[in-house]
Design a protein around this ligand. Structure first.
Ligand SMILES: C[S@@+](CC[C@H](N)C(=O)[O-])C[C@H]1O[C@@H](n2cnc3c(N)ncnc32)[C@H](O)[C@@H]1O
Length: 225
């Protein structure tokens, strides 16, 4: 089906509150494992979470890798307010810092992180090549980069079926966002084209379940975008 973009930032209070209250363990719980399987050597350093939202993935990742520190960045004040509370409640203030940044952000790209993770942000970008470039530019040469997002289904009917199956008890605002995100998501072919355009043609794109892909690789040395 044709892609239908959705708004970039998630700055509605009700939307942020629903995200913060939801149980993401089924999908987000797998993310540290996706990373570990692909980058088994990585154990320590400074990791950035692009589009961290309410910091659910950030907190899970910090718990899974006890020797890392993390910076989460997001352009939504509402999402970050819930994120800061979540980090505090998790007792991870000393290891996780959240920053209000609208991507792409030139200052972030000077910071040479040891790894980059990014969940469910790509489909918000009208120019997704920019996000792949941002991920590589803010990494040290050779740093792991892992991006996870939804795969756009073949039709609206399939999207509706996926929402019924995976979000049956979700509040209406999350159901609305889920269907919108499925329409805004990119296909595997489109993601592969984005990677070629971003100068990251060797990054594999793995479809890991009926909803998600994982795009990943090591940031090239001398990457200029
Ligand atoms: C679907 S949420 C995912 C949040 C988080 N990664 C997670 O998995 O729970 C997408 C997040 O990206 C943020 N976002 C979208 N476009 C952005 C941009 N250009 N710069 C910074 N944040 C952005 C939104 O505000 C929202 O918090």
């Amino acid at each position: 089906m044709e892609r239908i973009p959705e708004p970039e930032l998630m700055d509605e209070q009700e939307q942020a509150a629903a995200y913060a209250a939801a149980d993401w363990s089924e999908s987000h719980g797998k993310i540290p494992g996706y990373f570990r399987e692909r980058f088994p050597q990585f154990t320590r350093g400074r990791v950035v979470d692009l589009g961290c939202g309410t910091a659910d993935v950030t907190v899970r990742f910090a718990r899974a890798f006890p020797d890392i520190t993390m910076v989460g960045v997001d352009g939504s004040t509402a999402m970050l307010a819930f994120g800061r509370r979540h980090v505090r409640q998790a007792g991870l203030d000393s290891r996780i810092t959240l920053e209000n940044r609208y991507l792409p952000d030139a200052a972030l790209e000077t910071r040479s992180f040891d790894a980059v993770i990014c969940n469910s942000l790509l489909h918000h970008f009208a120019d997704p090549v920019t996000l792949w470039r941002t991920a590589a530019l803010c990494s040290k040469p050779g740093a792991p980069v892992l991006m996870i997002d939804l795969v756009r289904p073949a039709s609206h009917a399939v999207a509706v079926g996926l929402v019924k199956e995976h979000a049956k008890d979700a509040p209406p605002v999350l159901e609305r966002d889920f269907i919108a995100s499925l329409h805004a998501a990119y296909t595997i072919d489109e993601v592969q084209q984005q990677l070629r355009a971003a100068g990251l043609p060797s990054f594999p794109v793995d479809q890991v379940d009926e909803l998600h892909f994982v795009g990943w690789g090591l940031a090239p040395a001398d990457y200029r975008g």
